[in-house]
Design a protein around this ligand. Sequence first.
Ligand code: NDP
Length: 335
Amino acid sequence: MAGKRMTLTEAHSLAETCLLRHGCDAENAAAIADRMIEAERDRCHSHGLFRLQWYVSGITSGRVNGQARPSVERLAPGVVRVDGDGGYAPLGQKIAHAPLAEAARTNGIAALGLVNMFHIAAIWPEVEALANDGLCALAMTAAYPYVAPAGGIRPLFGTNPVGFAWPRRDGPPLVFDQASSAMARGEIQIAARDGHSVPLTAGIGPDGQPTTDPNVVLAGAQLGFGGYKGAVLAMMVELLAGPLIGEFLSFESAADDAGRGGPPKGGEFIIAIDPARFGDADGFLDHGERLFAEIAAQEGTRLPGERRFRARLETPSEGIEIPASLWADIEALMA
Ligand code: NDP
């Protein structure tokens, strides 16, 4: 069966229609479709249309509230909490942006806990949006237990990404967003779907032995990046995006799911910093540029985020290619 090529607008409309058809209201469908198509636009396929089936299954199973109305609460001058009303994360994330940015400007620094929501996906959109408003931002989230603690063989931590953004005077901000595991879960699932192998460092089988077979890794455990260092970072993320804000640890999220295999319920923790309030309001932007210039001066380097920003210039005219296996899944959802 052939795949499918379409424009970003067509892909957005497809995602929105599919979500509406399966029980989302207009606001939630639009917010979720925005997030999926932003990922497709930036060629981050593991958070694009690949996730549509998951989004739909959470709603049709009755577990996720497709009509969620997230609410904002100010817990302290610099602490914002957004309750997602048991819906998917994108609407709560969208609503959280303005109060967090305002609290950061008022206080110099502010933090946000996003709770009671499902499937926090790639986290660069949150930090990039804050940096577009002139703020520095750090975000993290924990989800299902996929990664073994260093030396262990059973999954305990999520693949727990950390995202960071720094505003720049000209052009898009500096943004990185990376899993604390050697590979993102979605990339391993895509490798399994498409019959590709994964690097030996990605994970271990149920017997604790390293393997390049993505299906064996999915049955066993993923590994942190850089040996024990990624696992230690994942532990920090568990604490800040879990107990600190009153949300699940990854293994608690899996227990809550009770084997249904649906999208994970969990929290996201974001810190926003107003760099104009830290003593070098006039100099910090140019000072940061000095670092970027030194990096660029070394052949073979690039800044994180550049691949995405380049893709963003290309996909509006080129469109996106949906692989045959994914297109078959989407057609079944739309039938
Ligand atoms: P990658 O390893 O692909 O990239 C990590 C970061 O490094 C990106 O910001 C990337 O920028 C940057 N980068 C890559 N190569 C270079 C280079 N040569 N020089 C400088 N910077 C570079 O990401 P991951 O696979 O770790 O994660 C993919 C996505 O999955 C993330 O968005 C993450 O949030 C998401 N994720 C979500 C989880 C969840 O539970 N919600 C769990 C785990 C991951 P660029 O984008 O420009 O390539």
